[in-house]
Design a binder for this molecule. Structure first.
Ligand code: ADP
Ligand code: F6P
Length: 468
């Protein structure tokens, strides 16, 4: 079978077992681990002169390079994370546009395609990930690279009314049409993309996900990313260390634990979540001293202003909640900014009676699936999940909440804390069905099977059924 070449902005830490916070790193690493291949991208460092270096560990060759300060500022910190990220998460208010950053973004995509070219064999399939690399296939085509190239968007694709706030949207999304296959997390995202292609570009949409726009034929389909439930279950069940870290008061009595794990990002709804927890303590005083909330939130993109602001806000809020409610032997909120080993996280998930996952917008949210997969089937906890996470499309057994509704979230927490065992089991079992059937292996296999399948660039015109 043809070799797999994965391209993503950030390449996960090379040593197995090292922590990588972020769904892309976790998902891609596990997907690549079984098929083997090359993982190409940024090594996470800023250097004066970027040089490509390769290291092979097991069946994965990591081909990485640094970025110059200028490229980092324009491409990563600027256009990717100060323009695209907020817009794709429906936060036009937090987005800013600078032309030089967009140009830097385009240049870095060009430079990365040039660096990858000598590593390629003619029959390699190239799988590109996320919003940093929208123009990557277009740059490859300009260099004469003819391999199959697919793109998967890990984050939401917004409605055209939002997307068109990006000044060069036409030029940018024209380049997205150079891929052979474009994958989305949910049908909502795919539909938004179809709306953009038909309404803004006057493109054509066919059966089986084929599309024609800007003279390119390609396909766009949904591939919800999943987790590896058996491995998570095993890791969570076998974790023995520091079980008392959470779940006990200083006096040793048990305490029900609510857990949240997210990168510290404004899209994750942490401020709204802290408010809801405070509302729970305020409106349902019977839970005081019997519950604790553990929020693990490693800092992310900490040199982007909007991320500094949210961090400050959360520190104030955490101090306020503990100051108002804590007692000598009870701390209502544990707020930790450190990354944790995966086996510790899975162990914490298993011991927490509520997984609280309430993003304001999220492509999928792997934490939601990991929390459920880590539960003890005989005594599972409850997932409280935002309707705005992609995972809410699959996990009907969660208590679905609107993160903008503080009172509603507090009521859902109260309900989850009181939920009887039979209802918890029923909900858990219904969520495990999609978690098992749409696992990480099927995400990878379905995408790659379509990418390696019949070439859509030769789709005949009569297959196109809808013209707008
Ligand atoms: P995103 O990709 O936006 O960060 P996801 O929820 O899809 O959000 O993925 C986050 C991934 O990173 C999950 O697999 C989660 O377990 C992992 N992760 C998040 N926070 C931490 C942390 N503090 N330590 C280790 N892994 C983390
Ligand atoms: O999954 C979303 C994502 O943006 C990935 O593309 C990215 O690798 C991850 O979150 C972490 O973000 P960053 O690479 O900016 O630290």
């Amino acid at each position: 079978m043809s070799r797999l070449v994965v391209v993503s902005n950030r390449v996960a830490p090379i040593k197995e077992g090292k922590v990588a916070a972020g769904g892309l790193a976790v998902g891609v690493y596990d997907a690549l681990r079984s098929s083997g291949g090359i993982w190409f991208g940024w090594n996470g460092e800023v250097t004066a002169t970027p040089t490509l270096s390769s290291e092979t560990h097991g069946n994965i060759t990591y081909a990485t390079l640094g970025l110059t300060r200028r490229d980092y500022d324009n491409y990563y910190r600027g256009f990717s994370n100060a323009t695209l990220w907020p817009i794709f998460h429906y936060r036009i208010d937090l987005s800013r546009y600078r032309r030089e950053e967009y140009e830097g973004y385009r240049q870095v995509n060009h430079m990365l395609a040039e660096q990858l070219q000598p590593l390629l064999r003619p029959d390699d399939v190239i799988w590109v990930h996320d919003y940093h690399l929208i123009p990557f296939a277009d740059e490859c085509r300009r260099l004469g690279i003819r391999n199959r190239i697919g793109f998967f968007l890990h984050i939401p694709f917004p409605a055209p009314e939002i997307l068109t706030a990006i000044p060069p949207h036409n030029e940018l999304f024209k380049t997205l049409c150079s891929y052979d296959l474009v994958g989305f997390q949910t049908e909502v995202d795919r539909q938004a993309f179809e709306d953009y292609i038909t309404r803004e570009v006057r493109g054509l949409v066919g059966a089986d996900g084929s599309m024609t726009a800007y003279g390119h034929n390609f396909r766009a389909k949904v591939y919800p990313i999943g987790v590896m439930p058996d491995e998570i279950q095993q890791t969570a069940a076998s974790y023995k260390g520091r079980r008392n870290l959470i779940g006990r008061k200083a006096s040793g009595e048990p305490c029900q634990t609510i857990i949240s794990v997210d990168r510290l990002d404004y899209s994750k709804g942490l401020v709204e979540r802290f408010n809801a927890y405070e509302e729970l303590l305020n409106r349902f005083p019977e839970h005081r001293r019997n519950v604790q909330f553990v929020q693990i939130a490693p800092t992310s993109r900490s040199d982007v202003k909007t991320y500094q602001n949210i961090r400050q806000q959360l520190e104030t809020q955490a101090g306020h909640i503990n100051g108002r409610y804590a007692e000598l032997d009870w701390m209502p909120l544990h707020y930790l900014n450190r990354s944790h080993e995966r086996r510790i996280l899975m162990g914490l998930f298993r011991n927490a009676c509520i997984g609280l996952v309430t993003p304001l917008r999220d492509g999928m949210n792997l934490v939601a699936k990991e929390y459920v997969a880590a539960q003890n089937p005989d005594n599972p906890g409850v997932l409280v999940l935002s309707r705005f996470a992609g995972a809410a499309r699959e996990l009907n057994g969660a208590l679905i909440v609107n993160p903008y509704d503080t009172a509603g979230m507090a009521e859902a927490l109260d309900r989850a804390l009181r939920m009887p065992l039979n209802e918890r089991k029923e909900r858990y079992e219904s969520m495990m069905l999609p978690i098992r059937s749409a696992d990480l292996a099927s995400w990878r296999d379905n995408f790659l099977q379509d990418l390696r399948g019949p070439n859509t660039r030769t789709v005949r015109a009569e297959k196109i059924i809808r013209v707008v």
